[in-house]
Design a binder for this molecule. Structure first.
Ligand SMILES: Nc1ncnc2c1ncn2[C@@H]1O[C@H](COP(=O)(O)OP(=O)(O)OP(=O)(O)O)[C@@H](O)[C@H]1O
Ligand SMILES: [Mg+2]
Length: 366
């Protein structure tokens, strides 16, 4: 009898956690952007419990998740807090949320989200922002394409370093891939310097052709670089396909702001979600003395975002290397990934991806 008591005391029963307990703990972890827990958002996959060791996968709504580290830590901590858990092995994956219905057949059927980049004024840096957005999203692991919808000055092939003609298979154009991004542009077809005189219907036709006659395949984010203003290309794009949303690029000075507000108002009227405003050429850091100058003033982008009640997506400085890299066909975000400018573009791209997840989630729950 005494011996039995001894054995019981020496070996107290170790609590073994169950998969249900693990899921319950995970259901206390909220995605702060979507406002719901990771279990009901179907972000948890493959929970396995062996003794005290728990293995599972956390699937983010985008590989470019701005809150990635926070969510990973919160999920891991929640599982660790379950009684009996001695080891947690968590993998992180992603299943990109779609704002488009990808169940319908058709050329664009594999494209989950179309993001347009627009501005009121010309020359504010839409194309620069578009290429760096595309390559930053691709570097995060997303499948990305870029469509140069600027029929008047198609310069995306140049900025992406594409100088070959695309392959044509049957009726479809196979987009060349540069820096892991599929590229399509009217620039492929109009190489000489002769100005093309575009009338409204021609512009609409050209944009539609780039959308529907390019074999885009499976794509998480298709970035569309628009010509300046609120003309035919912008209208056609917004009316032909449901857009995940639009990013408005502005420079900081007063003159640019009212025009940016007009562009924003047009997309609102067309029911296109506004993902936010980004301010380009926000400030200049002198490469010689390191001093900052607000050449075009500063803070206008933030002001317009707040007045219009949309998100502010960041300030991009005026830096010689940004222009040089675009001219060399290797956007700075891939050419110099450790630079402060690449980090700024990455933060901006992740904010955009986060906003797209929010729009997609709202659509799924309509
Ligand atoms: N942050 C920046 N730092 C340095 N140069 C920049 C920056 N942003 C844009 N540029 C340069 O300014 C010029 C205009 O930029 P970009 O072509 O991207 O503007 P855009 O809005 O697309 O112009 P358009 O209205 O003609 O299409 C380019 O030479 C580009 O390299
Ligand atoms: Mg441009």
């Amino acid at each position: 009898m005494k011996e039995l008591e001894f054995i019981t005391r020496r070996k107290p029963a170790t609590p073994v956690p169950t998969a249900d307990e693990v899921m319950k703990a995970l259901s206390s972890v909220k995605d702060p952007e979507l406002g719901r827990d990771v279990v009901s958002l179907h972000m948890i996959e493959g929970v396995s419990v062996k003794g005290g060791k728990v293995t599972f996968t956390l699937n983010l709504t985008t590989p470019a998740c701005p809150l990635r580290t926070r969510l990973e830590e919160a999920a891991k901590d929640a599982v660790k807090s379950v009684t009996g858990v001695t080891e947690v092995e968590m993998k992180t994956g992603s299943v990109v949320y779609a704002t488009r219905d990808t169940s319908q057949p058709g050329v664009l059927s594999g494209v989950k989200n179309i993001i347009a980049v627009a501005s009121g004024k010309g020359g504010v840096g839409k194309s620069t922002v578009s290429v760096n957005l595309a390559v930053s999203l691709a570097a995060s692991g997303a499948k990305v394409g870029i469509l140069d919808a600027d029929v008047y000055g198609p310069n995306i092939p140049h900025m992406m370093g594409v100088d070959t003609n695309p392959e044509v298979k049957g009726e479809l154009i196979i987009p060349p891939v540069a820096h892991s991004v599929k590229v399509a542009s009217l620039g492929f077809f109009y190489k000489d310097e002769t100005p093309v005189i575009w009338r409204g219907p021609l512009v609409a036709g050209a944009v539609k052709q780039l959308l529907t006659q390019v074999d885009w395949g499976e794509i998480d984010y298709l970035i569309c670089d628009l010509p300046p203003g609120t003309g035919d290309a912008s209208l056609t794009l917004a009316q032909t396909v449901p857009l995940a949303g639009i990013v408005i690029v502005t420079t900081p000075q007063e003159a640019a702001l009212s025009i940016a507000a007009k562009a924003l108002a047009m997309f609102r009227r067309l029911d296109v979600p506004i993902l936010g405003v980004v301010e380009n050429m926000s400030y200049f850091i002198c490469p010689h003395c390191g001093k900052r100058s607000d050449i075009f003033s500063n803070g206008g982008g933030r002001k317009i975002a707040s007045e219009q009640n949309v998100d502010f997506l960041g300030e991009i400085p005026l830096v010689t290397a940004v222009r040089e890299q675009s001219d060399a066909g290797v956007p700075i975000a891939v050419a110099m990934p450790g630079s402060p400018e690449a980090a700024i573009f990455r933060d901006f791209a992740f904010k955009v991806a986060g906003m797209v997840s929010i729009v997609a989630y709202a659509k799924m729950n309509k």
